[in-house]
Structures are given as structure tokens and as C-alpha cells.
Design a protein around this ligand. Structure first.
Ligand SMILES: NC(=O)c1ccc[n+]([C@@H]2O[C@H](COP(=O)([O-])OP(=O)(O)OC[C@H]3O[C@@H](n4cnc5c(N)ncnc54)[C@H](O)[C@@H]3O)[C@@H](O)[C@H]2O)c1
Length: 266
């Protein structure tokens, strides 16, 4: 694999590159800047990536923020919705033609999107996706993770309808001891600090289902699944609402300024 780590922190990205090179003795890993909270940056990243003329066999939509205070991305979107959901929505759509060109009948290209068990308590406010009427950081995070599940199912529907050799699955990594919790209330931080060794997965363990979805032969040709602990699991009932999937897709296309291909698919 030639791995491209996309992220908004040059120093963290380069450190990850250095470690992977050291551990695997491969030079085929590099960092490219991409700020998922900026539509302009996502478009620039895709341009840079295209210029490399590499195939794209696996796209992992992993970045996320949780419980950030109410604030907006540079495009004016509520941050959880704009970064966690719309950023990945745009990135995936801009890379879709390359994924389609890279997948084959026996080796489908794969899109893996990282959601969360929090989506089970999420509510999608189609009339107020930016949480303008009332903001709660928990509600906004849960909504963004619910939107990612709906997005994956609609994406798989469109890929199947077009006969593309690309699959899309969504992953719940479990509760993992990472930097994601940096915005939680200090009492929760204390409890986490005391119990993480027992109750939380390590980052390596948390990555395992994503890696399973990305490379396991068992998942070859399988799409539209919600995966937890390397197994197919049911997501929230509302995520199977096809009308809601379609409406969110159409609304998202308008928000990021791309054409809505779903209109051509029955
Ligand atoms: N940690 C958990 O318990 C847990 C549980 C469920 C789901 N998740 C999900 O797992 C994914 C990874 O989170 P994590 O736990 O490793 O947290 P983390 O904070 O350690 O990692 C988040 C990553 O997102 C990147 N990121 C943040 N803002 C970005 C931006 N604007 N542009 C590009 N990249 C950006 C960060 O650089 C970082 O590498 C997230 O989508 C998160 O919602 C985590």
C-alpha cells in the first residue's frame, strides 16, 4: 500500500509518517495537508492528490471532533456538522471517480467512514442542520455521526445502482482512549483518567474494525454495513429510512455545492 495521511496538523502528520516508516521500513507513506473544516482546503487536497496519478483503493473517513463549543467552520457551518459530516461528504464525492476507476470486479475499492455508537441517540434536524435554533454540543456531535451512517447507506445505494466496483461501510470503533475527549467536562476527564486502562480500548484496538473494513477479504464486495468489533451490527432504526437518506444527500449536495447525482437514480 502507498498510504497518504491527510490531516490539518503538519507536525502530527509528519510524526505519524516517521513512525510508520521506522516500523515498516517502507517509504510509501506521506502526509498531505487537508483541513476538513474548509471546503477550499478539501478541494486543494483533492487537486494535489489527483496530480499524483495514483489509484485510490481505500478511503478512510476518520477525522472528527467531539463536544467542541458552539462555533463555525470557515464556510459558516456548525463545526461538528461541517467537519465530521460535510467535510467527509465533499471529500468522498470529489474522490468518487478515482475510486470507481481503481475498483475492479474482484477487488472493489472501499470507502470506510468512522461513525460512533453516539449515533443511536442522535436526531437529524433536517430543517436546522446547523443547530441554529438550539445548540447542544452532545446533540450536534450525535447528529453528525448519525448523518455519516445515513450518508454511507445512500452512497452504497448509488454505487450499486451505477454498477460501480466500490463499496461503502460505516464503522463504530467503540470507546477508545484518544484525544477526542479533550473537550469533555473536567469531572469526566478525571473519571476517564482513572478508568481508561480498564474500560477504554487503546488507539490500536480502536483502529482494528476500520482496518478490518479496509483490507479484510471477508469484506470483499460487501457494502452498506455498520460494523462494530469486526462484525455486522444493526444501526439505529432511523438510519434505514431511505427517504431520509435521500433528503439528507440532496441537502448536503446543495450545502457543499456539488451536483446531485441521486436525482438520476430511481
Ligand atoms: N475515541 C472514541 O471513543 C471514539 C468513539 C466513537 C467514535 N470515534 C470516532 O473516531 C474517529 C477518530 O477519533 P479519535 O478517537 O482517534 O480522536 P482524536 O482526537 O485522537 O483524532 C481525531 C483526528 O481527527 C483529526 N482532525 C481533527 N480536525 C480536523 C480537521 N479540521 N481536518 C482534518 N483532520 C482533523 C485530528 O488531527 C485527529 O487525527 C472520530 O471520527 C471519532 O468521532 C471515536
Amino acid at each position: 500500500m502507498h498510504v497518504i495521511i491527510a490531516g490539518n496538523s503538519e507536525s502530527e502528520g509528519q510524526e505519524a509518517v516517521r513512525k510508520i516508516k521506522e516500523e515498516t521500513l517502507t517509504g510509501k507513506v506521506e502526509f498531505l495537508y487537508c483541513d476538513l473544516a474548509s471546503m477550499k482546503s478539501i478541494r486543494q487536497f483533492v487537486q494535489q492528490f489527483r496530480a499524483k496519478n495514483c489509484p485510490l483503493h481505500v478511503l478512510v473517513n476518520n477525522a472528527g471532533v467531539m463536544l467542541v463549543p458552539e462555533r463555525k467552520t470557515e464556510d459558516g457551518f456548525e463545526e461538528h456538522f461541517g467537519l465530521n459530516y460535510l467535510g467527509h461528504f465533499l471529500l468522498t464525492n470529489l474522490l468518487l471517480d478515482m475510486l470507481k476507476q481503481s475498483g475492479t470486479h474482484s477487488h472493489n475499492a472501499r470507502i470506510i467512514t468512522v461513525s460512533s455508537a453516539t449515533h443511536y441517540v442522535g436526531k437529524l434536524h433536517l430543517g436546522d442542520l446547523q443547530s441554529r435554533c438550539s445548540y447542544s454540543s452532545h446533540g450536534a456531535y450525535a447528529q453528525s455521526k448519525l448523518a455519516l451512517v445515513l450518508f454511507t447507506y445512500q452512497l452504497q445505494h448509488l454505487l450499486t445502482a451505477n454498477g460501480s466496483h466500490v463499496t461503502a461501510n460505516v464503522v463504530d470503533p467503540g470507546v477508545v482512549n484518544t484525544e477526542l475527549y479533550k473537550h469533555v467536562f473536567w469531572v469526566v476527564k478525571m473519571v476517564k483518567w482513572m478508568t481508561a486502562w480498564l474500560l477504554f480500548k487503546t488507539a490500536e484496538e480502536g483502529a482494528s474494525t476500520t482496518i478490518y473494513a479496509a483490507v479484510s477479504p471477508e469484506v470483499e464486495g460487501v457494502g452498506g454495513c455498520y460494523l462494530y468489533n469486526e462484525e455486522r451490527t444493526k444501526s439505529a432504526e432511523v438510519t434505514y429510512d431511505e427517504e431520509l437518506q435521500r433528503r439528507l444527500w440532496t441537502e448536503s449536495c446543495k450545502m457543499v455545492g456539488i451536483s446531485d447525482e441521486s436525482r438520476r437514480v430511481p
